[in-house]
Design a protein around this ligand. Structure first.
Ligand SMILES: [Zn+2]
Length: 243
């Protein structure tokens, strides 16, 4: 049973570490309501949370939380003593303190805090904001609340966006490859269609060829003339003989 609880807490912490950049040591922002329940159930806060988280933690609070607890007087005297032992983080309300719940909400806007509180209305408003972690005591047992619907929705939207943008990039890359291949193919076809050997008609004749050809043509012509002369002479002779 205990192992299942630890596993669940580990899973929740992993979710927030992966999606909302929570890192060790986890900063636990504690208010007086949490300290009050811890006192009633004889819970040693630091010891129990460390054991439950199985990670390094740092317990912190704010001046506003301490001032509010002090203002409530004797019913919260024990809780005030406990909360005063934690590190006091600057909240920006120094000189003009605000209600503890308001202070905690503003702290979670700029920092990564696990909010340890038994304040129902504070829990409800934090559940509506993605990336907020809630810790509370169920009697003497610390419980790390599973990611709220707001956190889950935010993460699934983000992952969907990154998935679609990843797909778009992939498609764009494929298109680029296709155009490159088409260009290569076009160039190949172009090369094949063109003359493999230089066009003899368009080629310039070399000096040797130029010099040889007229001579050979002349010799051919003169040979033709000679044979036709001989032929004419033969014909003449024949005629003379017959006459
Ligand atoms: Zn404050």
């Amino acid at each position: 049973m205990k192992i299942a609880r630890f596993k669940k807490a580990h899973k929740t912490l992993n979710f927030f570490a992966t999606n909302f950049e929570y890192r060790e040591p986890y900063q636990i922002l504690v208010d007086a309501t949490f300290c009050q329940i811890a006192l009633q159930n004889k819970v040693i806060i630091e010891e129990q949370i460390k054991k439950y988280f199985q990670s390094t933690i740092k317990l912190v609070t704010t001046q506003c939380v301490i001032l509010e607890a002090e203002s409530l007087g004797s019913p919260l005297a024990g809780a005030t003593m406990i909360v005063k032992k934690f590190h006091v983080h600057k909240c920006g309300h120094e000189g003009a303190p605000v209600p503890a719940s308001q202070c905690i909400k503003s702290m979670t806007k700029c920092g990564r805090y696990v909010v340890a509180s038994q304040d129902r209305s504070l829990q409800n408003s934090l559940r509506k904001v993605p990336g907020r972690i809630l810790l509370y005591l169920h009697k003497a047992t610390p419980v790390l609340e599973e990611p709220s619907e707001a956190s889950k929705k935010y993460v699934s939207k983000k992952s969907h966006k990154s998935l679609t943008s990843g797909l778009e990039k992939h498609v764009e890359h494929l298109k680029q490859i296709q155009t490159l291949q088409n260009e290569k193919l076009y160039n190949k076809i172009k090369q094949r269609k063109g003359p493999k050997n230089p066009n003899p008609l368009s080629c310039k004749k070399s000096a040797k060829q130029k010099a040889r050809k007229p001579n050979s043509d002349i010799s051919k012509e003169s040979k033709l003339r000679e044979t036709s002369k001989q032929h004419m002479q033969k014909q003449k002779r024949k005629r003379i003989k017959t006459s």
